[in-house]
Each structure stands twice: as C-alpha cells, then as structure tokens.
Design a protein around this ligand. Structure first.
Ligand SMILES: [Zn+2]
Length: 67
C-alpha cells in the first residue's frame, strides 16, 4: 500500500503531510515539518525543548548521590 508518509509537528503534535506543508526546517541533520508558521517559529526558537523525549516532567540533574 502506498500509505502517505506522515510527520508529526513536534510543537503541537499534529500530523502533517510533508508533501503539502510549506513549513519545515532542518535541525540536527533532519527535517521537521509543521502545521503552520507559528509552530515553526516556536521550534526554531528553542528546538531542544520540543525534542526532549523519554521521561516527562522536570529532568533532574542526575539522581541523588546513590552510593
Ligand atoms: Zn503545529
């Protein structure tokens, strides 16, 4: 099946069609797509904020000195 490739807007989580959106940017060697210019602007302002994955919540600076 020729399922259309979809990308997820890292800012708002909306699925976007890379073939249709004009809002994209390159960061860290890959392309990110956005649903609108607003999301792109937010992403470019602080990419790391939207790329953080894994544990949610406040990332602590290392665990307490477990020894
Ligand atoms: Zn968006």
């Amino acid at each position: 099946m020729g399922a259309p490739r979809e990308e997820v807007d890292p800012v708002c989580g909306v699925r976007v069609d890379p073939a249709k959106t004009a809002h994209k940017t390159v960061y860290g060697g890959r392309v990110y797509y956005f649903c609108c210019r607003h999301c792109k602007t937010l992403f470019e302002r602080d990419p790391e904020r939207y790329l953080e994955r894994g544990s949610e919540g406040v990332p602590s600076d290392r665990s307490e000195g477990e020894d």
